[in-house]
Ligand binder design. Sequence first.
Ligand SMILES: NC(=O)c1ccc[n+]([C@@H]2O[C@H](COP(=O)([O-])OP(=O)(O)OC[C@H]3O[C@@H](n4cnc5c(N)ncnc54)[C@H](OP(=O)(O)O)[C@@H]3O)[C@@H](O)[C@H]2O)c1
Length: 293
Amino acid sequence: MKIILFGGKLGQLGWELRRTLAPLGEVMAVDRDDLDLRDASALEAFLREQAPQLIVNASAYTAVDRAETEQDLAFAINEQAPRVMAESARALSAGLIHYSTDYVFDGTLGRPYVEGDTPNPLSVYGRSKLAGEQAIQAAGCAHLIFRTAWVYSTRGDSFITKTLQWARQKTELRVVDDQVSNPTWARMLAEATSMLLSQGVGDVPAYVGEKSGLYHLAGWGFASRYEWAQHILANDPKRTEQLVQTLRPAHTDEFPAPAERPLFSALDCSHFERTFGLCLPPWQEALQRCMEA
Ligand SMILES: NC(=O)c1ccc[n+]([C@@H]2O[C@H](COP(=O)([O-])OP(=O)(O)OC[C@H]3O[C@@H](n4cnc5c(N)ncnc54)[C@H](OP(=O)(O)O)[C@@H]3O)[C@@H](O)[C@H]2O)c1
Protein backbone atom coordinates (compact mmCIF):
# COMPACT_ATOMS: atom_id res chain seq x y z
CA MET A 1 0.00 0.00 0.00
CA LYS A 2 1.33 3.44 -0.92
CA ILE A 3 0.87 5.99 1.88
CA ILE A 4 1.44 9.74 1.52
CA LEU A 5 2.10 11.31 4.91
CA PHE A 6 1.86 15.11 5.03
CA GLY A 7 3.83 16.78 7.84
CA GLY A 8 5.79 13.57 8.26
CA LYS A 9 9.31 14.93 8.67
CA LEU A 10 9.01 17.80 11.14
CA GLY A 11 5.56 17.78 12.74
CA GLN A 12 5.17 16.34 16.27
CA LEU A 13 2.56 13.81 15.19
CA GLY A 14 3.87 13.30 11.66
CA TRP A 15 7.32 12.38 12.92
CA GLU A 16 5.81 9.60 15.06
CA LEU A 17 3.45 8.44 12.29
CA ARG A 18 6.35 7.98 9.91
CA ARG A 19 7.59 5.15 12.13
CA THR A 20 4.26 3.64 13.20
CA LEU A 21 2.79 3.55 9.66
CA ALA A 22 5.85 1.80 8.21
CA PRO A 23 4.59 -1.78 8.77
CA LEU A 24 1.41 -0.95 6.79
CA GLY A 25 3.10 -0.02 3.52
CA GLU A 26 5.46 2.25 1.66
CA VAL A 27 5.36 5.62 3.46
CA MET A 28 6.29 8.77 1.54
CA ALA A 29 6.75 11.60 4.06
CA VAL A 30 6.10 15.02 2.54
CA ASP A 31 6.93 18.33 4.17
CA ARG A 32 6.99 22.02 3.30
CA ASP A 33 10.32 21.69 1.46
CA ASP A 34 8.78 19.07 -0.84
CA LEU A 35 5.41 20.76 -1.33
CA ASP A 36 3.91 23.95 0.07
CA LEU A 37 0.33 23.10 1.00
CA ARG A 38 -0.79 26.65 0.21
CA ASP A 39 -0.52 25.69 -3.46
CA ALA A 40 -3.77 23.82 -4.08
CA SER A 41 -3.10 22.98 -7.72
CA ALA A 42 0.40 21.64 -6.94
CA LEU A 43 -1.14 19.51 -4.18
CA GLU A 44 -3.82 18.15 -6.49
CA ALA A 45 -1.26 17.36 -9.23
CA PHE A 46 1.09 15.71 -6.74
CA LEU A 47 -1.62 13.40 -5.41
CA ARG A 48 -2.85 12.56 -8.93
CA GLU A 49 0.66 11.63 -9.96
CA GLN A 50 1.52 9.64 -6.83
CA ALA A 51 -1.88 7.87 -6.68
CA PRO A 52 -1.61 6.66 -3.06
CA GLN A 53 -4.11 4.26 -1.48
CA LEU A 54 -3.91 6.15 1.82
CA ILE A 55 -3.39 9.86 2.55
CA VAL A 56 -2.48 10.75 6.14
CA ASN A 57 -2.62 14.45 6.93
CA ALA A 58 -0.52 15.30 9.99
CA SER A 59 0.20 18.79 8.68
CA ALA A 60 -1.64 21.85 9.93
CA TYR A 61 -1.31 25.53 10.66
CA THR A 62 -1.01 25.24 14.46
CA ALA A 63 0.11 28.75 15.51
CA VAL A 64 -3.07 29.52 17.48
CA ASP A 65 -2.24 33.15 18.33
CA ARG A 66 -0.62 34.05 15.00
CA ALA A 67 -3.68 32.74 13.15
CA GLU A 68 -5.64 35.74 14.44
CA THR A 69 -3.61 37.93 12.04
CA GLU A 70 -2.89 35.25 9.40
CA GLN A 71 -6.43 34.12 8.74
CA ASP A 72 -5.95 33.45 5.00
CA LEU A 73 -2.89 31.31 5.63
CA ALA A 74 -4.60 29.36 8.44
CA PHE A 75 -7.60 28.62 6.20
CA ALA A 76 -5.34 27.72 3.24
CA ILE A 77 -3.59 25.00 5.28
CA ASN A 78 -6.43 23.92 7.55
CA GLU A 79 -9.40 24.08 5.15
CA GLN A 80 -8.31 24.32 1.51
CA ALA A 81 -5.51 21.69 1.68
CA PRO A 82 -7.69 19.06 3.45
CA ARG A 83 -10.43 19.76 0.88
CA VAL A 84 -8.01 19.03 -1.98
CA MET A 85 -6.77 15.91 -0.17
CA ALA A 86 -10.36 14.70 0.31
CA GLU A 87 -11.37 15.37 -3.30
CA SER A 88 -8.21 13.61 -4.49
CA ALA A 89 -8.90 10.67 -2.15
CA ARG A 90 -12.38 10.35 -3.60
CA ALA A 91 -11.04 10.46 -7.20
CA LEU A 92 -8.39 7.84 -6.37
CA SER A 93 -10.70 5.67 -4.18
CA ALA A 94 -8.12 6.19 -1.43
CA GLY A 95 -8.68 6.65 2.30
CA LEU A 96 -7.93 9.91 4.13
CA ILE A 97 -6.83 10.18 7.77
CA HIS A 98 -7.01 13.69 9.21
CA TYR A 99 -6.65 15.31 12.65
CA SER A 100 -8.65 18.12 14.17
CA THR A 101 -8.85 19.82 17.53
CA ASP A 102 -10.78 20.37 20.77
CA TYR A 103 -10.55 24.10 19.90
CA VAL A 104 -13.61 23.66 17.67
CA PHE A 105 -15.55 23.90 20.97
CA ASP A 106 -16.12 26.97 23.13
CA GLY A 107 -15.40 25.11 26.37
CA THR A 108 -18.58 26.12 28.19
CA LEU A 109 -20.42 22.77 28.31
CA GLY A 110 -19.08 21.64 31.69
CA ARG A 111 -18.49 18.00 30.71
CA PRO A 112 -16.18 16.30 28.16
CA TYR A 113 -17.41 16.84 24.62
CA VAL A 114 -18.84 14.03 22.47
CA GLU A 115 -18.87 14.08 18.68
CA GLY A 116 -22.53 15.16 18.53
CA ASP A 117 -21.98 18.32 20.59
CA THR A 118 -22.25 21.55 18.65
CA PRO A 119 -18.91 23.21 17.81
CA ASN A 120 -18.51 26.92 18.44
CA PRO A 121 -14.86 27.85 17.89
CA LEU A 122 -13.56 30.95 19.67
CA SER A 123 -10.50 31.53 17.47
CA VAL A 124 -9.46 31.70 13.81
CA TYR A 125 -7.45 28.48 14.34
CA GLY A 126 -10.55 26.71 15.69
CA ARG A 127 -12.73 28.01 12.85
CA SER A 128 -10.18 26.98 10.21
CA LYS A 129 -9.91 23.46 11.67
CA LEU A 130 -13.71 23.11 11.80
CA ALA A 131 -13.90 24.27 8.18
CA GLY A 132 -11.36 21.55 7.31
CA GLU A 133 -13.51 18.86 8.95
CA GLN A 134 -16.55 20.08 7.05
CA ALA A 135 -14.69 20.19 3.72
CA ILE A 136 -13.62 16.56 4.14
CA GLN A 137 -17.12 15.46 5.11
CA ALA A 138 -18.59 17.29 2.11
CA ALA A 139 -16.13 15.68 -0.34
CA GLY A 140 -17.57 12.25 0.44
CA CYS A 141 -14.31 10.27 0.40
CA ALA A 142 -13.49 7.40 2.78
CA HIS A 143 -12.19 9.32 5.79
CA LEU A 144 -11.40 9.19 9.47
CA ILE A 145 -11.18 12.53 11.27
CA PHE A 146 -9.67 12.35 14.74
CA ARG A 147 -10.24 15.36 16.96
CA THR A 148 -7.45 15.44 19.48
CA ALA A 149 -6.17 17.83 22.15
CA TRP A 150 -3.03 19.25 23.76
CA VAL A 151 -0.60 17.24 21.63
CA TYR A 152 2.92 17.07 23.01
CA SER A 153 6.27 15.44 22.41
CA THR A 154 9.75 16.06 23.72
CA ARG A 155 10.75 17.26 20.25
CA GLY A 156 10.03 20.75 18.94
CA ASP A 157 7.98 23.41 20.62
CA SER A 158 5.38 21.85 22.94
CA PHE A 159 4.03 22.64 26.41
CA ILE A 160 6.49 20.06 27.80
CA THR A 161 9.58 21.55 26.21
CA LYS A 162 8.46 25.08 27.15
CA THR A 163 7.73 24.12 30.79
CA LEU A 164 11.13 22.42 31.11
CA GLN A 165 12.79 25.50 29.65
CA TRP A 166 10.94 27.92 31.99
CA ALA A 167 11.83 25.67 34.96
CA ARG A 168 15.52 26.18 34.17
CA GLN A 169 15.18 29.98 33.83
CA LYS A 170 12.88 31.07 36.69
CA THR A 171 12.46 30.37 40.38
CA GLU A 172 8.67 30.84 40.25
CA LEU A 173 6.29 29.63 37.54
CA ARG A 174 2.65 30.60 37.20
CA VAL A 175 0.46 28.32 35.06
CA VAL A 176 -3.27 28.58 34.39
CA ASP A 177 -5.52 26.18 36.25
CA ASP A 178 -8.75 27.16 34.46
CA GLN A 179 -7.89 25.65 31.05
CA VAL A 180 -8.70 21.94 31.09
CA SER A 181 -8.29 19.31 28.38
CA ASN A 182 -6.61 15.99 27.55
CA PRO A 183 -2.78 16.00 27.33
CA THR A 184 -2.01 13.68 24.41
CA TRP A 185 1.41 12.21 23.62
CA ALA A 186 1.95 12.38 19.85
CA ARG A 187 3.47 8.89 19.92
CA MET A 188 0.32 7.35 21.46
CA LEU A 189 -1.86 9.09 18.88
CA ALA A 190 0.34 7.74 16.07
CA GLU A 191 0.35 4.23 17.52
CA ALA A 192 -3.43 4.18 17.94
CA THR A 193 -3.87 5.40 14.35
CA SER A 194 -1.64 2.66 12.97
CA MET A 195 -3.15 -0.04 15.19
CA LEU A 196 -6.67 0.72 14.04
CA LEU A 197 -5.56 0.82 10.38
CA SER A 198 -3.96 -2.59 10.83
CA GLN A 199 -7.47 -3.92 11.61
CA GLY A 200 -8.25 -3.27 7.93
CA VAL A 201 -5.09 -4.80 6.53
CA GLY A 202 -5.75 -6.30 3.09
CA ASP A 203 -7.97 -3.38 2.06
CA VAL A 204 -7.29 -0.35 4.23
CA PRO A 205 -9.21 2.14 2.01
CA ALA A 206 -12.33 -0.07 2.23
CA TYR A 207 -11.91 -0.33 6.01
CA VAL A 208 -11.58 3.46 6.30
CA GLY A 209 -14.74 3.74 4.16
CA GLU A 210 -16.61 1.32 6.41
CA LYS A 211 -15.64 3.21 9.57
CA SER A 212 -15.79 6.68 7.95
CA GLY A 213 -16.58 9.50 10.34
CA LEU A 214 -15.50 11.86 13.08
CA TYR A 215 -13.99 10.52 16.32
CA HIS A 216 -12.57 12.05 19.47
CA LEU A 217 -9.15 10.56 20.22
CA ALA A 218 -7.01 12.00 23.00
CA GLY A 219 -5.17 11.02 26.18
CA TRP A 220 -7.44 9.27 28.70
CA GLY A 221 -8.63 11.59 31.48
CA PHE A 222 -8.17 15.33 31.63
CA ALA A 223 -6.20 17.94 33.55
CA SER A 224 -5.66 21.65 33.92
CA ARG A 225 -2.49 23.14 32.48
CA TYR A 226 -1.37 23.68 36.11
CA GLU A 227 -1.76 19.97 36.98
CA TRP A 228 -0.04 19.05 33.73
CA ALA A 229 2.90 21.34 34.58
CA GLN A 230 3.12 19.79 38.09
CA HIS A 231 3.50 16.34 36.51
CA ILE A 232 6.03 17.58 33.93
CA LEU A 233 8.26 19.04 36.64
CA ALA A 234 7.94 15.90 38.78
CA ASN A 235 8.82 13.59 35.86
CA ASP A 236 11.74 15.68 34.62
CA PRO A 237 14.64 13.20 34.34
CA LYS A 238 17.07 16.10 34.93
CA ARG A 239 15.31 17.65 37.94
CA THR A 240 18.59 18.82 39.44
CA GLU A 241 18.88 21.33 36.57
CA GLN A 242 15.61 23.02 37.59
CA LEU A 243 15.83 26.49 39.16
CA VAL A 244 12.11 26.63 39.90
CA GLN A 245 11.11 26.58 43.58
CA THR A 246 7.40 27.40 43.31
CA LEU A 247 4.65 26.56 40.85
CA ARG A 248 1.56 28.72 41.34
CA PRO A 249 -1.92 28.43 39.77
CA ALA A 250 -3.07 31.40 37.71
CA HIS A 251 -6.10 32.44 35.65
CA THR A 252 -6.31 32.72 31.87
CA ASP A 253 -7.35 36.38 32.02
CA GLU A 254 -4.02 37.19 33.74
CA PHE A 255 -2.20 36.26 30.48
CA PRO A 256 -3.90 38.18 27.66
CA ALA A 257 -3.30 36.47 24.30
CA PRO A 258 -4.48 37.29 20.76
CA ALA A 259 -6.57 34.09 20.49
CA GLU A 260 -9.24 33.14 23.00
CA ARG A 261 -8.90 29.55 24.29
CA PRO A 262 -11.80 27.34 25.39
CA LEU A 263 -11.68 26.73 29.16
CA PHE A 264 -13.06 23.18 29.50
CA SER A 265 -12.54 21.49 26.13
CA ALA A 266 -11.78 17.92 27.25
CA LEU A 267 -12.88 15.26 24.77
CA ASP A 268 -14.90 12.13 25.55
CA CYS A 269 -13.31 9.35 23.47
CA SER A 270 -15.80 6.55 24.16
CA HIS A 271 -17.15 6.48 20.57
CA PHE A 272 -13.61 5.76 19.32
CA GLU A 273 -13.08 3.13 22.05
CA ARG A 274 -16.33 1.32 21.22
CA THR A 275 -15.72 1.42 17.47
CA PHE A 276 -12.10 0.30 17.37
CA GLY A 277 -11.63 -1.48 20.73
CA LEU A 278 -8.65 0.76 21.50
CA CYS A 279 -7.97 3.66 23.85
CA LEU A 280 -5.03 5.84 24.77
CA PRO A 281 -3.47 5.33 28.22
CA PRO A 282 -4.21 7.67 31.16
CA TRP A 283 -2.49 10.98 30.48
CA GLN A 284 -0.29 10.72 33.61
CA GLU A 285 1.06 7.31 32.53
CA ALA A 286 1.73 8.46 28.95
CA LEU A 287 3.52 11.58 30.20
CA GLN A 288 5.76 9.52 32.47
CA ARG A 289 6.63 7.14 29.62
CA CYS A 290 7.28 10.06 27.27
CA MET A 291 9.66 11.72 29.70
CA GLU A 292 11.50 8.46 30.37
CA ALA A 293 11.90 7.77 26.65
N1 LIG B 1 -0.36 20.66 18.93
C1 LIG B 1 -1.51 20.60 19.60
O1 LIG B 1 -1.59 20.91 20.79
C2 LIG B 1 -2.76 20.09 18.91
C3 LIG B 1 -3.97 20.07 19.64
C4 LIG B 1 -5.13 19.60 19.01
C5 LIG B 1 -5.08 19.17 17.70
N2 LIG B 1 -3.90 19.23 17.01
C6 LIG B 1 -3.89 18.78 15.62
O2 LIG B 1 -3.07 17.63 15.52
C7 LIG B 1 -2.43 17.61 14.25
C8 LIG B 1 -0.91 17.47 14.43
O3 LIG B 1 -0.44 18.58 15.18
P1 LIG B 1 1.11 18.76 15.54
O4 LIG B 1 1.18 19.35 16.90
O5 LIG B 1 1.85 17.51 15.23
O6 LIG B 1 1.50 19.90 14.47
P2 LIG B 1 2.93 20.56 14.19
O7 LIG B 1 3.97 19.93 15.04
O8 LIG B 1 2.72 22.04 14.23
O9 LIG B 1 3.22 20.10 12.69
C9 LIG B 1 2.49 20.63 11.62
C10 LIG B 1 3.22 20.30 10.33
O10 LIG B 1 2.53 20.95 9.25
C11 LIG B 1 3.51 21.53 8.41
N3 LIG B 1 3.02 22.67 7.64
C12 LIG B 1 2.52 23.84 8.11
N4 LIG B 1 2.29 24.69 7.09
C13 LIG B 1 2.68 24.04 5.94
C14 LIG B 1 2.71 24.39 4.58
N5 LIG B 1 2.32 25.59 4.16
N6 LIG B 1 3.16 23.47 3.69
C15 LIG B 1 3.58 22.26 4.09
N7 LIG B 1 3.60 21.87 5.39
C16 LIG B 1 3.15 22.76 6.30
C17 LIG B 1 4.58 22.00 9.37
O11 LIG B 1 5.76 22.28 8.68
P3 LIG B 1 6.77 23.40 9.23
O12 LIG B 1 7.41 22.78 10.45
O13 LIG B 1 7.69 23.62 8.07
O14 LIG B 1 5.92 24.61 9.56
C18 LIG B 1 4.68 20.78 10.31
O15 LIG B 1 5.49 19.78 9.75
C19 LIG B 1 -2.86 18.89 13.54
O16 LIG B 1 -3.98 18.61 12.72
C20 LIG B 1 -3.30 19.80 14.67
O17 LIG B 1 -4.26 20.76 14.24
C21 LIG B 1 -2.74 19.66 17.59
